[in-house]
Ligand binder design. Structure first.
Ligand code: BTN
Length: 244
């Protein structure tokens, strides 16, 4: 990962650039990093604040040979890899909010947006990661957000986190592709996931319901017991999960 790197002082969105780059023939592992994004994008059509120099705003390209239904598992792998790396570099107790938000003290420090592109019949996945590293404050409407600086009370090296992440993701991705499954990772994922054995509110479009997270299966689906006792499994996608 990161053998080819494009660096921008300012860009609309590193995900948009990585998607265009893949159409121009970028190789697997190509990485786009920006100091500032003017139109950073989050999941479910939300915007992602990406002020200059305050965080890691990056996207990389993978070309997995796998069925399209398995693509969400890549975001699980990316989230878990970033969780290990931030723990290692900062020593902070960082956890995963299913499927792949990273939180400290229940506030979000990192989000991942995976997007797919078809390039001449080849499936290309752009994994975009935003980490609030050294932000000193957030706008009032982002009261659920925090930064590593605010939680750790010191500035952290973005470079160290990026390097550690790229190394880990590459190792984990290799294992994932070889085994064709998340089986080597799901144990750690469950250890770090804050939603397991907790009540959650699931929001999918206009529909919402309350349930209890009984398990996370080998495919990283959330196994939720509804109030009527029935079990459903939830795949990430356009679903929002809130702790209660
Ligand atoms: C989320 O909503 O949690 C996902 C946020 C993803 C943000 C990152 S920042 C780098 C990359 N470029 C974007 O426009 N979005 C992702």
């Amino acid at each position: 990962m990161g053998k080819e790197i494009e660096f921008y002082e300012e860009i609309d969105s590193t995900n948009i650039r990585a998607k265009n780059w893949s159409k121009e023939g970028a190789i697997e592992g190509s990485l786009v990093i920006a100091e500032k994004q003017n139109a950073g994008r989050g999941r479910m059509g939300k915007q992602w604040d990406s002020p200059k120099g305050e965080g890691i705003w990056m996207s990389f390209i993978v070309k997995p040979v796998m069925s399209i239904e398995k693509i969400p598992q890549l975001t699980i792998l990316a989230g878990l890899s970033m969780c290990y790396s931030i723990r290692q570099v900062t020593g902070l107790d960082i956890y995963i909010k299913w499927p792949n938000d990273l939180v400290v003290n229940n506030k979000k420090v990192c989000g991942i947006l995976c997007e797919m592109v078809k390039v001449k019949d080849e499936l290309v996945v752009v994994v975009g990661i935003g980490v609030n590293v050294n932000s000193k404050k957030f706008p009032d409407d982002l009261s659920h957000a925090t930064s590593l600086y605010l939680e750790g009370k010191k500035l952290f090296s973005r470079e160290s986190i990026i390097k550690s992440f790229l190394r880990r993701f590459e190792e984990n991705y290799k294992i994932y592709i070889e085994t064709g499954s998340l089986m080597n990772f799901i144990g750690d994922y469950k250890n770090y996931c804050i939603n397991l054995n907790k009540q959650v509110k699931i929001i999918e479009g206009q529909q919402e319901f309350i349930g209890f997270v009984r398990d996370i299966d080998q495919e990283a689906r959330l196994i939720v017991e509804k109030e009527d006792g029935s079990l459903i499994s939830i795949l990430s996608g356009d679903v929002s999960v809130r702790g209660l």
